[in-house]
Design a protein around this ligand. Sequence first.
Ligand code: SF4
Length: 390
Amino acid sequence: MGNPSRVGQHMPHNVRRPRAEWQEQLAQGVRDVRAIPGLSDEQYQRLEAIAKEYPFFTTPYYLGLIETMDPSDPIFLQQMPDVREFENPDFLEDDPLDEEDDMPVRHLTHRYPDRVLFVVTHTCAMYCRFCTRKRKVGKNPVPPPHELQAVFDYIAAHPEIRDVLLSGGDPLTLTDGALEWIIANLHEIPHVELIRIGSKIPCVNPARVTDELCQMLARYQPFYMNTHFNHPRELTPEARAACARLVDHGIPVGCQTVLLRGVNDDPETMTQLMHELLKARVRPYYIYQADLVKGTNYFRTSVQKGLEIMEALQGHTTGFGVPQYIIDAPGGGGKIPVTPQRIVELTDDRIVLRNYEGGVYEYPTAGYDVVGAGADAPGAIPDYFPEFRE
Ligand code: SF4
């Protein structure tokens, strides 16, 4: 029994509220490479050197999804430091997409005419070892309000910007209050038509997607979320519930997957992932070819492998379960979709196409104004609609 003298006492005002489950995940987060069992002291020291260059942090939740504590496990591989991070051929760069060159103000990349990428934090709930922004995540502090204000001012001064993507780092590592301050400021700008968030949180700390968070985001419609799942085992009941909470609050959820060697670089795994996403009411959006980022080369597959996976998806499964396969062009060229070759021949008269089973089909290239309107073209009403004639 407890101390009877305490029974019935009021809670003092200065007692801190218990941490929410998602906060507990961050508070109990793992940053010591010795969480990897069975290595020698020398191996630990090498991994510690890597974690010093590229921070290591993960949640107990995501750590718990590992089945085999070595790099043969796709969940282990994505989150645990690896000695291959220091293997860097010359063609790799810290910032191969030249994001920093397209920054008119700090934290804002303005590459495409009508949309911008706004880096609202450099913190994540788990530092993916293959991250494109490996050069800065976990290293730089959260931008101070005056720097964020400079971003709002820039967007407000550029009426061509209609779409703002909040990214990072992971925006959902911010508190609801800080996030709402950013979103509300953007929402007030008349020409900003939609706001999106890119977040790994539903995958690595799904408890963060609380009803309160969803209610707050839903106040700023149209609002979209793109999350980031790379392996079917990541679609746990908790992750599905997090995605369902977002969708139930009217927030469409998509998924950006990265094609990763040893994680999802085979048609069966990728097809299963797309099916699990659809069951979780998440729409597959992109499969990214890995960028040429320093410290991540061991994750890169061939482009042929990506095309083989797209061949296995297109036509073989639900159309909206097939994402676009994207190469983000080095040097700031932007995202370029890459598709298996379907056009066998294209002339002024016809297009010859190859379908998903290899069958070859023909279609006339000319449109209504040439062949549909008959002899009186252009614009004439064809004979098979006589009721429309005078
Ligand atoms: S959550 Fe996103 S930004 Fe953070 S480490 Fe992973 S890929 Fe990079």
